[in-house]
Structure formats: C-alpha cells, structure tokens
Design a protein around this ligand. Structure first.
Ligand SMILES: Cc1cc2nc3c(=O)[nH]c(=O)nc-3n(C[C@H](O)[C@H](O)[C@H](O)COP(=O)(O)OP(=O)(O)OC[C@H]3O[C@@H](n4cnc5c(N)ncnc54)[C@H](O)[C@@H]3O)c2cc1C
Ligand SMILES: NC(=O)c1ccc[n+]([C@@H]2O[C@H](COP(=O)([O-])OP(=O)(O)OC[C@H]3O[C@@H](n4cnc5c(N)ncnc54)[C@H](OP(=O)(O)O)[C@@H]3O)[C@@H](O)[C@H]2O)c1
Length: 433
C-alpha cells in the first residue's frame, strides 16, 4: 500500500506542470494557424534525430516558432523506430511491423512551410551548416543534436528503410525460435526484459543471463535486483550468472554456436548468444567541428544546464546556437525518453527566448525520481514499476495483458493511426528481400 501511495504521489507531483505544458502547446498550435506566415528567407531551426527527444522538440517548435523561423528535422530512418518494443518484437512474431511509425502525422495541421522533414544522415557540422552523407548541406540558425545512441539488434536495426527494418526483427525471431540453449550477456533493462520474454513465451528453452556485476540492473537499486532475481530464478527458471564478464567478438551481438569462457576457466557452448551490453552515443557528427565538446570518458556531448553544448574545460559556451538533448548528451539525468522529453521543453523555451533576442533562461534539473523511474516487463504477463531517488526505493509489481505493449498509443502520440500498420504488413509480405 505504501509503495502504491508513494508512486501515485510522485506522478501526481508532475501532473500539474505536464498538463500545463500540454495545454500551452495545444493553445499555441491553434494560435499558430492564424498567426504564422511562411516568409522568404526564414531562419532555420534544425533538429538532427527524429526519435523520442527530437520529435518532442519538433512538436513544440511547430507550435511556438514565430514567422521568420521554420523547423527542419533530419532523420536517417524512413519511419520512427519505436525501439521500446524491439526486444519484445524480436521474440514474439506478428507485431514487428507495428514498431515503425510513419512521420506524416507529426506536424499534421501545422501551417505550410513551418515544418520540413529530410531523410538523411548528418555527418558533419560547421558554424552555419550541417552536411549530410549525400553531400547536401542545410543551413541553420539554431541546431539541436538529438542523435541518441547506437545498439545492435535486438535493440536497434541497421536498415533505414521500412521493409528491411521489419525483416531484421523477423530474423531475430527465427534465431530465437530455432535455437534451444540461449545466453544473453548483460543484465541491464534490455537483457532482463529479453530473457524473461524468451523464457515466458518459450518455456522449454534453456536460458542463461550473464552479468558483470553482483546485482542485475545495477544502475537501479537493490529492491529491483531482488524482485527480478525472484521472478527469474524461482518463477521463470532463468539461470543467472553474476560477476561474470565473458569476452565477446566486437561489433557482433548475435552469435551462433558460441563458446563462453567464465572466470573459473570453465567453458560452455551456447546455440545462440545475444549481447545486450549497452549503448554507444552517436556524437561523431560533432567530432571535426568541436572535438572538445565530446566527453573523453563517455563519448557523450557536454552541455551546460541550458543544454547548450560546451567544451570540456571551457566556461565559455562554444557555439551558443547549438544544443544537445536525449541519450547523446551528458546532461546528468536518466537515459530515458521521459528525461529527453523534459530536456526538449528546456531547449524549446531557450530557443523561443533567443529568437526574441533574450538570453536563454531555462535550465535542466534532473528529476531522478520520475525521469529515472522504469516500467520493466518481466515476461508475457508481469511488469514492475520502480523508482529510486536519494536511496529511497518504490517498487510495485503489476500485470500486463497486452503482448504488443500497447503500441497503438505510440502511434497516436506521433499523430498516426495504428490501422496504417496493415499497409506495412502487406509490403513486408509481398517483398522478396
Ligand atoms: C528496449 C528499450 C525500452 C525502453 N523503454 C523506455 C520506457 O518505457 N520509457 C522511457 O522513458 N525510456 C525507455 N527507454 C529509453 C529510451 O528509449 C531512450 O532514452 C530514448 O530512445 C532516447 O531518445 P533519443 O531521441 O535521445 O535517442 P534515440 O532514441 O537513440 O534516437 C536518436 C535518433 O537519431 C537518429 N540519428 C542518429 N544519428 C543520426 C545522424 N547522424 N543523422 C540523422 N539521424 C541520426 C537515429 O536514427 C534515431 O532515430 C527504453 C530503451 C530501450 C532500449
Ligand atoms: N523498460 C524500460 O524503460 C527500459 C527497457 C530497456 C532499456 N531501457 C534503458 O535503455 C538503456 C540501455 O539499456 P541496456 O540494458 O541496453 O544497457 P545498460 O543499462 O548499459 O546495461 C548493459 C549491462 O551489460 C553489462 N555488460 C557489458 N559487457 C558485459 C559482458 N561482457 N559480460 C557481462 N555483462 C556485461 C554492463 O555492465 P558494466 O557496466 O559492468 O560493463 C551493463 O550493466 C538504459 O538506460 C536502460 O535503462 C529502459
């Protein structure tokens, strides 16, 4: 009862600012229809990365940028990759086509000329332009880097186009279905969600989770470890090996017939090994323009509390017109979409200040209790809600009935209708790829 009350109280404390923000955006969107005029030579606000961080900012900019400014977002993928669901859809078949959301609905209803999407990969940045892999250049007045991080399958796909991307998830489903003895390496949230899914959808498989530390999900607290161990060991019969860091071939996350060597010298062969060993920040696009703004320790982009980028030893902001948000930025908050959304609000307010010739005044202060909370799936029908802050932990086990993890809500959030996913399914079925 105490945990339920504490969790409810925590979320209610954010509800006020959250609802105020939604209302403000809605009203601004209506006003924008009457007031915004697409002017020749409008200055460009460029957002690189069309995922959880970038898209939230694009929506805000579409609502609040005045005439004389426009927003261009540049994203390498043809569709928004709803990666929350990729591990589940790499195990269970029939839903994978729904994890790729069209971008068309994002700025539905925005005045003509205000929002433009460009599909492409940004490879370099100058004082005035971003350069794409195609060789094209796009000028910017303000630039926001929201390029996140890279992780191999089953967390991300490499294809940038819809049909091959769906087929990548299907290829993991086949590997999981066809192999009996499976090891997952790394017990972060991805590793734990993956083993519990494999074992609850395929109880007959022999599944091992190997983790480098004494605690699974070690960036969270002990209660979450204890709860997950109880579910994995006692209920789902996943074998968990802690304090083990077997060496893996670099850059390959799916390995067939792989031998793992453990700390006592013992070797064991697995039919399939899946590495879930963490993220690599996509900061290279800044490497030639501002190398000192990339952390030597984490490869993330260094930012001031205003989320303007900054060079390591610098108290002066390197280029005050460039911001970084989300998983690519060293912001001190959680690496969660929820945190990225909060950061997009800060940057939106700062850009609106700057286009009106005011100094940027909004600063990001991580709210770890909320932004660092997690809703973790533990197989087909279990979830656990967990939050920790300053040593205090809240944990609430719950049940889940939706195998598709309610993906329709993701579509609605980005202005799309899940019914359109049927078109994707048809394209995939017809494709000979
Ligand atoms: C399995 C899983 C489940 C999760 N569940 C949750 C959850 O329930 N709640 C939550 O809050 N968080 C969750 N997270 C964390 C969340 O997914 C991340 O914090 C979030 O994706 C960060 O968003 P981002 O926009 O910063 O980066 P990303 O999501 O990594 O997006 C970056 C985007 O930039 C694009 N890009 C990269 N480089 C370039 C370039 N050079 N040019 C053009 N485009 C480029 C990429 O294609 C991508 O679309 C989950 C993470 C995982 C792995
Ligand atoms: N439901 C959700 O909200 C949800 C779901 C999934 C992911 N996420 C978020 O997405 C992000 C990425 O998650 P993730 O699980 O991919 O990464 P992660 O949190 O970095 O976990 C990966 C783990 O693998 C361990 N590891 C690395 N190499 C290893 C080896 N050779 N042997 C054994 N263990 C090894 C790492 O430990 P070392 O530090 O010791 O190297 C690390 O703890 C996180 O921020 C996570 O919270 C959220």
């Amino acid at each position: 009862m105490g945990d339920r009350l504490n969790l409810t109280w925590l979320f209610l404390s954010l509800l006020g600012p959250f609802l105020r923000r939604i209302l403000r955006t809605r009203l601004a969107t209506i006003q924008q229809k009457w007031t915004y005029k697409a002017l020749p030579n409008s200055k460009n606000v460029v957002v690189v990365g069309g995922s959880f961080a970038g898209l939230e900012l694009v929506k805000g900019l579409a609502a609040r940028l005045p005439s004389g400014f426009r927003v261009t977002y540049i994203e390498k993928n043809s569709h928004m990759n709803f990666s929350f669901n990729f591990p589940r859809f790499s195990v269970v078949s029939g839903y994978e086509h729904t994890a790729f959301i069209p971008y068309d609905g994002l700025a539905k209803g925005a005045p003509a000329g205000l929002v433009t999407r460009v599909q492409g990969r940004v490879v370099d940045i100058t004082d005035t332009h971003v350069r794409l892999a195609s060789g094209d250049e796009i000028d910017y007045e303000y630039l926001i880097i929201a390029t996140g991080s890279s992780q191999p399958l089953p967390v991300q796909v490499t294809s940038t186009e819809l049909v091959p991307a769906v087929k990548e998830l299907q290829s993991v489903q086949r590997l999981v279905a066809d192999n009996q003895k499976i090891a997952v390496i790394g017990a972060g949230a991805v590793g734990v969600e993956l083993v519990t899914d494999i074992k609850s959808f395929f109880p007959e498989k022999d599944v091992t989770l190997v983790h480098s530390r004494s605690q699974v999900l070690n960036s969270f607290g002990k209660r979450l470890h204890d709860h997950c161990m109880q579910v994995m060991n006692n209920e789902l019969k996943v074998r968990v090996l802690l304090n083990e860091r077997p060496q893996l071939p670099r850059e390959k996350a799916l390995l067939k017939q792989q031998t793992l060597k453990f700390s006592d010298g013992r070797e064991e062969i697995f039919d399939l090994v899946i590495a879930c060993t963490g993220q690599r920040p996509n900061s290279a696009l800044l490497a030639s323009y501002l190398p000192d703004a990339i952390s030597k320790e984490t490869s993330r982009i260094l930012v001031k509390p205003t989320l303007q980028i900054s060079a390591a030893a610098d108290t002066v902001i390197s280029n005050p017109r460039i911001f970084a948000i989300g998983d690519v930025a060293e912001h001190g908050g959680a690496r969660m979409a929820r945190a990225a959304e909060m950061q997009s609000w800060v940057v939106l307010d700062n850009i609106i200040d700057m286009v009106h010739n005011r100094l940027p005044s909004a600063t990001y202060k991580p709210l770890m209790g909320i932004e660092g909370s997690i809703k973790l799936t533990l197989g087909k029908s279990r979830v656990v809600l967990y939050s920790h802050n300053d040593g205090a932990e809240i944990l609430l086990p719950a049940t889940s009935r939706r195998v598709d993890l309610d993906i329709a809500r993701g579509w609605a959030h980005y202005g799309a209708n899940i019914k359109q996913a049927a078109v994707t399914a048809e394209l995939v079925a017809k494709s000979n790829l």
